[in-house]
Design a protein. Sequence first.
Length: 190
Amino acid sequence: MARIRTFIAVETSPAVRRRAVDLQNKLRESEVKASWTDPENMHVTMQFLGDVEDTLIPEVCKRVATAAAPFEPFHVEFSRAGAFPGAERPRTVWIGVDQGSQELVDLQFAIQESLVEMRFPRERRTYRPHLTIARVRGGGSRQTRLADLIAHYRDFKAGSCDVSEVLILASYLERSGPTYQIMGRAPLDG
C-alpha cells in the first residue's frame, strides 16, 4: 500500500499571499538562513496527519467533511508578525490571525475529534492559527537582526479572506520544495 503525506488546511486569498510576500521581502533584509514559504503554498494548517495509507484517504475526507459541514463560512483577518518559539529566537516565522481566530480553533477541534477514531492523535500543544512564512535554519547575529525586524513589523496587516471550505492535501517533498495536491474539499455548510 502506498502512503501519502497528508494534512488538512484552510486556503488563503491571493491578496493575503501578496501581502505575506511583502513581509517576507522586508524580513529577508536580515539575511538570515531560512526556507521562505512559496506564496502558492501558504495556508493555515489545521492538522498534520503524516504518512497516511492511500486506502484511508476517502474515510479521512468523509470525516473532515462531516466535521466541517455544521460550520458557517466566516471571515479571517491576518495580522501581526511573530515567531515560534518566540520572537527573540525565531525558528518558525508567521503572520497571526485576529478576527476569525476562534472560529479556526473551533473548526480545528471538530476536525481533530472526527479523526481520533481513526487513531490520528490529538495535538498536545494548544492550536494557534497562523500563516507560516519562513523556517529559520541559522542563528547568530542574523537571527538577532531577524528578531528585531519581526518586532518592528509586529503590527503588520496582511489583509483578510473568507473561509468557506477546508482542504485535505497531499504533500510531496521535492528538491525545489514541497508541492501540494488537493485530495478532498470539505465545505462549510452551516
